[in-house]
Design a binder for this molecule. Structure first.
Ligand SMILES: Nc1nc2c(ncn2[C@@H]2O[C@H](COP(=O)(O)OP(=O)(O)O)[C@@H](O)[C@H]2O)c(=O)[nH]1
Ligand SMILES: [Mg+2]
Length: 196
């Protein structure tokens, strides 16, 4: 079976000749493979290398503890919960390819497994031809309703219809996939304000 990210890290640390230049290179590769991002992976490993050399840390367990501390400093926690008595409408924004559509499906599954029965996905990326199909496939896989219109249609009307579909069954959560937008391009995000 394919090793998980955590298992690969453990395997790397349990190698005999742990702390060599190659060890740090392999750790960098593992972090990149584990979706950390190349820039952050280099920063993390540089920091680890510096701390370990400064404090003469050679013990495997101590290195793991230092790595954990560094990784934790990168983690941001937010308490994301739909308000239970309300119809919540959440939009997922971000540049192309960042994982919006996938995250919409993951969030839906997570909230469905954690007490939100009424979940509707809104296929509001009407810009990219395959996006509607992509979300429909995810929806089918996780057993959640997906509201979509034609390719090229007005995204806010998709969200409106999804909110109506949600409302018919009471409180719950609409998760709206959107077309890739630079969230710092205010005018593009503003075009979505109709969703309110
Ligand atoms: N490795 C990895 N790939 C991901 C993850 N989330 C999405 N992807 C992949 O990244 C690509 C873009 O994801 P997508 O959800 O379509 O991004 P969008 O353009 O923001 O909607 C797809 O090939 C996904 O399978 C993730 O958490 N890890
Ligand atoms: Mg997408």
């Amino acid at each position: 079976m394919k090793k998980t990210f955590g298992e690969k890290i453990k395997a790397l640390f349990s190698k005999k000749s742990s702390v060599t230049e190659q060890f740090y290179e392999e750790l960098t590769d593992l972090l990149v493979e584990g979706d950390v991002g190349a820039k952050a992976a280099f920063e993390i490993v540089d920091e680890l290398e510096e701390i370990c050399s400064k404090n003469k840390i050679k013990e495997e367990n101590q290195i793991i503890e230092e790595l954990k501390k560094i990784l934790l400093s990168y983690v941001q926690q937010i308490d994301l919960k739909p308000e239970p008595e309300h119809q919540n409408v959440w939009m997922v924004l971000g540049v192309n390819g960042v994982g919006k559509t996938t995250s919409v499906a993951k969030l839906a599954k997570w909230f469905m497994n954690h007490g939100t029965d009424n979940v509707v996905l809104a296929s509001a990326d009407t810009f990219r031809a395959a996006a509607i199909e992509q979300l429909a496939m995810h929806g089918e896989k996780i057993g959640v309703r997906v509201v979509s219109h034609q390719h090229g249609s007005d995204p806010s009307s998709v969200v409106f219809d999804a909110a109506e579909a949600l409302k018919a069954k009471g409180p719950g959560l609409v998760l709206a996939d959107t077309a890739g937008r630079l969230h710092n391009k205010e005018n593009l995000v503003r075009a979505l304000q109709k969703f309110d």
